[in-house]
Design a protein around this ligand. Structure first.
Ligand code: GAL
Length: 367
């Protein structure tokens, strides 16, 4: 009998130690960001790491220098570190299948962050309404030129889209192009280069120099004869930076040109102050990080009711079960935040949200 009691006591002690260890063991999150060469991801990575650590998580943060193979290795290393959940912004939506299968086999949940991963291992998608990002750019042009009342006026426009490997890029481009296509069809907007297909206007890795070089080629080929350029619709700020440089160096006209962008990169905000860019679509990536943490916490609490969860975020966010597919026919439950338009007239909005500060010279810097 004594032997049984001592065995029982030993078992209770082992279980209680295990229980304490499990209860206190911080959850571990792997945060895989694509690159530091595009400004916004530096903020995404630091905000995500800070928010998860504030909540008691151990956070592993990597940047894969826009190298898809390196991102696979970075994520494999996180799995080897026994992370409980992965938060990934994919460099290439279709290049992570191997490591996604490894995550699924290990029972590790995957949050596709900002950019969708085309693999069934994705548990949830957290982003902004990417089609609306493009739509806001198109609507800005529509309103600024009053296209609906243009009469027989014709405005010349060019397009620069994003990285074909980034699923967001086609949503941005389609949102903008669908908005402006009626005016192109009516002849109110004229794409002088004739380059209106996504693949014709796409920019690998969102690279500024690539966007610059293509813009210079278009300008020298179609605008050197004095043709007036009225609009250059760019899907994001890193490409808009290249286009603005090309306009400055290779366009002889002196007329105002509408140049759009996205992200609120500091160099582009300066171009907005200086009149070289007209607007950017701003996405509050601090909110994106907070929503991601809240979702992960709900996942570990075993209670993700998306429709109810969005009401707890404190920021505008839609729970969407229809817009995005992780693989053909398989929709992914998505949490989509709301983008906003920033121009010279509302730069203070960025100061008011506490993420930028304005110098005496009127230029903004990120905090
Ligand atoms: C997209 C992202 C945008 C854009 C681009 C550059 O996927 O949603 O903010 O800037 O990447 O990194």
């Amino acid at each position: 009998m004594k032997k049984f009691v001592s065995l029982l006591l030993a078992l209770v002690m082992v279980l209680s130690v295990f229980a304490v260890a499990t209860a206190e063991a911080p959850k571990k999150v792997g945060i895989s960001m694509p690159t530091q060469s595009l400004e916004r991801w530096n903020r995404d990575g630091s905000y995500l790491k800070a928010e998860f650590e504030k909540a008691g998580y151990e956070a592993i943060l990597t940047y894969s220098d826009n190298d898809a193979g390196r991102q696979v290795n970075d994520i494999q290393n996180m799995l080897a570190e026994n992370v409980d959940v992965l938060v990934i912004s994919a460099i290439d939506a279709e290049a992570l299948n191997t490591v996604m299968d490894e995550a699924a086999n290990a029972g590790v949940a995957v949050i596709a962050y900002d950019r969708l991963i085309l693999n069934d291992a994705v548990t949830y998608y957290v982003s902004f309404d990417n089609y609306t990002v493009g739509k806001l750019q198109g609507q800005y042009v529509e309103t600024a030129l009053d296209l609906a009342n243009a009469g027989d006026k014709v405005y010349n426009i060019e397009f620069t889209a994003g990285d074909p490997a980034d699923t967001n890029a086609t949503y941005f481009f389609n949102g903008a192009f669908d908005t402006l296509k009626p005016y192109i069809d009516a002849g109110t907007l004229n794409v002088v280069s004739g380059q209106t297909e996504f693949q014709q206007v796409a920019t690998a890795q969102w690279n500024t120099d690539t966007a610059l070089n293509r813009a210079q080629t278009v300008l020298s080929s179609f605008y050197a004869d004095g043709t007036v350029l009225d609009v250059w619709l760019c899907s994001n700020d890193s490409t808009a930076l290249g286009v603005a440089q090309a306009i400055e160096s290779d366009y002889a006209g002196t007329n105002p040109i509408i140049v759009t962008g996205q992200d609120g990169d500091v160099a582009n905000l300066a171009n907005i102050v200086d009149g070289k860019q007209t607007m950017t679509v701003y996405k509050n990536v601090m909110d994106e990080a907070v929503v991601t943490l809240s979702l992960v916490q709900a996942m570990f609490a075993g209670e993700v009711d998306g429709a109810a969860l969005v009401d707890t975020f404190g920021v505008a966010c839609a729970f969407d079960t229809e817009s995005y597919e992780k693989t053909p026919g398989n929709k992914v439950d998505s949490f989509l935040l709301v983008p906003s338009v920033v121009t010279k007239d509302n730069l203070n909005y960025l100061v008011d949200i506490g993420l930028y500060e304005m110098g005496d010279d009127g230029y903004l810097t990120a905090k």
